[in-house]
Design a protein around this ligand. Sequence first.
Ligand code: C2E
Ligand code: MG
Ligand code: MG
Ligand code: MG
Length: 285
Amino acid sequence: RMKDDGKNNYNIFKPLPDSSGIERLTLEHSIRKALHLDEFVLYYQPQIDILTGEIIGTEALIRWNHPTLGLVPPAKFIPIAEETGLIVPLGEWVLKTACLQNQIWKEKGFPPMSVSVNLSSRQFSKHDLVETIKEILLDTHIDPQYLELEITESMTMNVDVAIEVLGKLKELGIQICIDDFGTGYSNLYYLKLFSIDRLKIDQSFVRDIMTDSNDADIVATIIAMAHKLGIDVIAEGVETKDQLDFLRSQNCHEVQGFYYYPPLPAEQIERLLMKSAAMKTNLQG
Ligand code: C2E
Ligand code: MG
Ligand code: MG
Ligand code: MG
């Protein structure tokens, strides 16, 4: 095990890529324990309509609030959770918590907004995913049109199974988004096969749109294609005014990124919503 730099903690996360069996086991055990101890938290990153400046939704992003290591980002534990299958109970917790939070905001009277939840392929190929989601919809009372599931192109899944599962999810009234669009292999094929509601342009393209004309062309083309196909499009990783202006000039009106807000704890989202409501009341006199 490696020592955490300077601190008196052992960093159980460091040796992730090719860690030995024992380290994996330690991390697996820690994740399992953390689920029981309720150490995971969801942050929510606002999604903005740039024409109105309004928050139209949030993406739920998991963090591990570790007692000694502090806030641990998902890249440090999601891969192991996926490998060990722990992503299934973890993902269910994420879905339930995100839906419940969204519904609480709605019941507090804030304008309805959607919540996007990342789904791993492991969850997707579980035979009872549709049943699980049905139950969560019933338990939390969320209106299914306000739940969006984010899947990625790189998700290894059987195409026939995917068609069936996505079909059932659409029947429930849920929205489906392809996350990290442009980085996988089979994106156009997926668009043909599945009914997709939204594409999320990967942040790696957005990052360099002002400096790399290829990236700018790719982003412009994805936006145009989405419009043609009648699919919504959102850009993620928007950090600067220049990037925002470029996206606006290409008619991409939904963005997510540090330029507006980073992922925030639920209380801070609520404060933003209250501020926005107060501003509207002022405007109406
Ligand atoms: P993602 O779904 O593509 O999420 C976007 C990531 O980009 C988030 O990182 C977010 O904090 C970050 N981000 C947002 N705006 C900006 C920006 O303007 N600039 C930059 N540089 N980054 C930005 P995060 O929260 O660390 O999540 C990383 C990945 O972990 C996610 O990528 C997603 O694939 C996975 N993940 C997070 N939560 C969950 C979950 O509940 N379940 C599953 N299965 N995966 C999750
Ligand atoms: Mg995502
Ligand atoms: Mg993404
Ligand atoms: Mg991702």
